[in-house]
Design a protein around this ligand. Structure first.
Ligand code: DC
Length: 245
């Protein structure tokens, strides 16, 4: 991977390829929703959190401390990763389960506070922007990575609902889970992701809020698809108006 310069903070140069940016806190269900929306539209899917998790995992494996920004940047520049369906490879080995642990998520949240680490992952994320379209989920998809996204959603749910969902998810996988610890971790992660100075977790002004606390996944997916259709119709109408005008 090449070093990312500040110039790459400009909007992606393919505005005609639609992007749906879905940002929100951890365990909000945005990943599941984003994936299903991508499937319904036959769009590509970017799980940007997976990149931060992969880097955290690689750091652990290469003995790079989470405090060493320079070492993390070098590691990010040399990441050898591959995504295929739900699976992901690091240095040729399958790591789909390894990156999903709470430990890896917390590590990802820590290394994501470094501006140069974030910059080093920019090009990698933008490489997912391909025809016929992209659904990208994360924390800064609408604000930094794809500021020209056609639709920006801030998808959230209360911390308690998110903790409960994460708890059930872990139990289903047969993994050990403690609901109080999960709630504590979720609050701590929210705090760190929201308080950092670079690309903090926040709803940007042009994003629309989707609170899924009392929604099913199917309802949330339908809602995103409906909003996307509305935006497309609006854009179609305004471009045909400008033709007439
Ligand atoms: O979405 P996730 O829980 O897999 O993300 C793990 C961590 O990575 C999250 O706590 C913060 C960081 N992250 C980020 O800073 N920016 C993104 N676009 C995605 C994730």
């Amino acid at each position: 991977m090449m070093m990312t310069s500040p110039a790459s903070l400009t909007p992606h140069p393919s505005p005609e390829i639609p992007v749906i940016a879905i940002d929100g806190p951890s365990a909000s269900g945005k990943g599941t929703v984003a994936q299903l929306v991508a499937q319904a539209l036959n769009f590509h899917y970017l799980d940007s959190g997976a990149l931060y998790r992969l880097l955290a995992l690689a750091a652990g494996r290469h003995g790079v401390s989470f405090d060493e920004e320079e070492g993390l940047v070098r590691l990010a520049e040399g990441l050898v990763i591959r995504f295929e369906g739900n699976e992901v490879w690091l240095d040729g080995a399958q790591v789909g389960d390894a990156i999903r642990t709470e430990e890896c998520g917390n590590g990802a949240s820590r290394i994501a506070t470094y501006p140069r680490v974030r910059a080093a992952l920019l090009d990698l994320q933008r490489a997912f922007h391909k025809s016929p379209g992209l659904v990208a989920d994360g924390r800064d998809m609408g604000s930094v990575v794809f500021p020209g996204a056609m639709l920006k959603i801030f998808l959230t749910a209360s911390a308690e609902v998110r903790a409960d969902r994460r708890y059930k998810q872990l139990k289903e996988k047969g993994m050990h889970a403690n609901i109080r610890q999960i709630l504590h971790d979720i609050r701590q992660r929210d705090e760190r992701d929201s308080a950092r100075s670079v690309a903090p977790l926040q709803k940007c002004a042009d994003a629309s809020l989707l609170d899924t606390s009392s929604m099913t996944i199917v309802e949330a997916v339908d809602e995103v698809l409906t909003r996307f259709k509305q935006v497309r119709v609006r854009i179609g109408a305004s471009s045909s108006n400008s033709f007439v005008g």
